[in-house]
Ligand binder design. Sequence first.
Ligand SMILES: Cc1cc2nc3c(=O)[nH]c(=O)nc-3n(C[C@H](O)[C@H](O)[C@H](O)COP(=O)(O)OP(=O)(O)OC[C@H]3O[C@@H](n4cnc5c(N)ncnc54)[C@H](O)[C@@H]3O)c2cc1C
Length: 400
Amino acid sequence: MAPYEDKTEIQKDITEMVHQFVDEQIIPNAEHFDHEDTFPEAIVEQMKELGLFGVTIPEQYGGMGLDLTTYAMIVEELSRGWISISGVVNTHFIGSYLLMKFGTEEQQEYFLPKMATGEIRAAFSLSEPEVGSDVQGIKATAKRDPASGDWVLDGQKMWVTNGLGSGVVFVLMRTDPKADPPHRGMSCFITEKTPWVEQNEGAFAGLEVPPKIKKMGYKGVESTELIYSGYRCPEARILGGAEGIGRGFSQMMDALEVGRVNVAARGVGIAQRALELALRYSQERRTFGKPIAQHQAIQFKLADMATQIEAARLLTLKAARMKDAGVRSDLEAGMAKLLASETGKECVEQSFRIHGGYGYSKEYEVERLYRDAPLLLIGEGTSEIQRMVIGKKLLERNRI
Ligand SMILES: Cc1cc2nc3c(=O)[nH]c(=O)nc-3n(C[C@H](O)[C@H](O)[C@H](O)COP(=O)(O)OP(=O)(O)OC[C@H]3O[C@@H](n4cnc5c(N)ncnc54)[C@H](O)[C@@H]3O)c2cc1C
């Protein structure tokens, strides 16, 4: 690796492969799936063939066994094409991370091989109708049935990405409503379900998926509510088994840290695409006798975009590399998520302006980017929450 290079040979090969896949399969088809708001089945099938559902899953379970840094590079490429595609793999990646880090051997052997191939896809569920940022305020509960030893889950979850098509949902429930502080009384359940079925039956009875939520952007990948009402879960399906009881909150927060790196990579990807579109359009469109790219005001916009993207990418990769090295990276993950998601939104805005009236037309890709980018300011913790995390960690690390 040359000193200025930041990719290993494997990383170069895999990102080039994904880059080409995005150019050939995702960008030309995204408009259709976005417009129809239908799940991009054909693209997802090809992603399964490329092994993209098992990037970080160990080889012994059929995955590629690659690290978070390589995964972040792949996510940037996919998001350059369409952030909904990275949304299809994002919650799956978080689910496999939870299993690899906290799952029992039986849970890993049962789920990871099927997840590595994409045979089943995972969703991740914290949010509820009345709770998003303040995760400790969740109300959904799981109670142990003394007769069978099973846990019985009740409550409503909100905004579950891949809520309908997933075969397994990692869901946070209160298992001890009297716990003080509340986070000590929460556990993560691995709830199986039948993919693409709204009313689950048989072993998965008691789990209903209402019709998908209609959204401004981030189309194609479904976001749904989930209604648990008397859903039965054996103790063996608590993440980490009996030892995982009461540990759910910290497990989920750990997963959110890698999730934040992942959202940061999505911010870099969408910003990169916004820049590419702006570079092309500004050299084609002419005003006052020359391409608009020759006007200094436009060049300044391009310069700011490129500079912000480079900074956001470097910070994202730094946070990923620290996590891979086992170094504490909560502060850096928060910074990366904050900077990269705001960069995504800002660069899309600038690209939109450079497109003039055509940016407002559905004929131009930047119109979709404009509807997609704001999600990144919200998912995996809003910018306000990132600032709270960063401020808290800064003070922790610099105590006087
Ligand atoms: C398309 C989409 C997909 C999603 N997918 C998932 C998913 O797969 N799984 C999942 O669990 N969740 C998911 N979410 C939910 C997402 O994580 C939450 O929307 C997010 O955490 C914010 O929570 P909220 O919407 O309840 O906002 P709130 O928490 O109600 O916040 C509202 C506003 O108040 C601000 N705020 C809140 N607390 C403070 C504070 N202490 N100080 C300053 N400002 C504050 C927030 O920053 C925000 O601006 C998804 C959301 C969307 C839109």
